[in-house]
Design a protein around this ligand. Structure first.
Ligand SMILES: [Zn+2]
Length: 283
């Protein structure tokens, strides 16, 4: 949710992580075992006319996932270093994520954007400059932020033309407005909230973050997970997190642009927006 994070990860944390990676037995597996470490699940094609809004922390509906299915989403990149470590971990597990990129970051690291697309990830959008937040900006500024961001990411990716190749969007800080939601719907966008997160904007050790995330996931058993690939502690956690997903029998569902609306699941009765309460608290 925040983009102005300095990269964390002092020596002692890296050393601790090396222990985690070793315990996950990442290296030196025979070929048959390598194949069994794949986290690749099914692919959900999502799109179609009109907007779709998913993620129970903001919306009363989410993608229909089976028990043990997760969608990995990573925000605020790309950033040389941490984003590349995340990509490497995903590659080793054949897991495809959705990245929500900040336009100006994409322009600084176009090679990483192209690598994401080349390795099968979905390259989504998260505004040009990550305004904190779009609720404090005019509608016109909001539209410009969204459009400039899409243009920057697509240009970094080497895509020409006016269309939106991956019509996936996430609001900075989940701070949407009815007018911008209307605009996104008119542009057939799939707007991602999340179902659970690792609270990775709060400084903590990768080990603590992993334990918190797995606690939440093991309770929910599925969902759209929000992480930030630009945050050092999250990049450091990824190998152990993916190993924990594998050990827990989870599969990573890949969400790709398609021409039909995805299957949705409704929130339980008594639902209310968690992010709305959060946004009001910080206002
Ligand atoms: Zn963000």
């Amino acid at each position: 949710m925040q983009n102005r994070r300095t990269q964390r990860g002092p020596i002692h944390r890296r050393a601790a992580l090396a222990g985690l990676a070793a315990s996950a037995a990442v290296a030196a597996l025979p070929a048959w075992a390598e194949a069994r470490r794949s986290l690749a699940g099914r692919t959900v094609l999502a799109g179609g006319p009109g907007g779709v809004f998913v993620g129970l922390q903001s919306h009363p509906q989410t993608l229909a996932l089976e028990d043990g299915e997760v969608v990995l989403t990573l925000d605020d990149g790309p950033l040389a270093g941490p984003t590349e470590r995340v990509l490497e971990a995903l590659r080793l597990h054949e897991a495809h994520a959705t990245f929500f990129l900040i336009g100006r970051n994409a322009l600084h690291a176009p090679g990483i954007v192209r690598r994401m697309a080349h390795e099968g990830h979905s390259v989504g959008h998260h505004t040009m400059n990550h305004p904190w937040t779009l609720r404090q900006r005019s509608f016109e500024t909001g539209v410009r932020e969204i459009e400039d961001g899409i243009r920057a990411v697509q240009s970094a990716q080497g895509l020409a033309g006016p269309g939106i190749a991956t019509p996936f969007f996430r609001f900075p800080g989940f701070a949407d407005t009815p007018e911008l939601n209307g605009w996104l719907s008119q542009h057939d966008m799939l707007v991602f909230g999340s179902d659970l997160w690792a609270s990775d904007w709060t400084p903590m050790s990768p080990e603590r973050q992993l334990s918190l995330l797995m606690q939440r996931l093991n309770r929910a058993r599925k969902g759209i997970i929000l992480l930030h690939d630009v945050i050092g502690q999250t990049a450091a956690m990824m190998p152990a997190f993916l190993a924990a997903l594998h050990a827990g029998g989870y599969k990573v569902v890949s969400v790709k642009p398609g021409s039909a609306r995805p299957a949705l699941a409704s929130a339980p009765q008594g639902w209310s927006s968690h992010t709305e309460r959060m946004i009001r608290r910080r206002a």
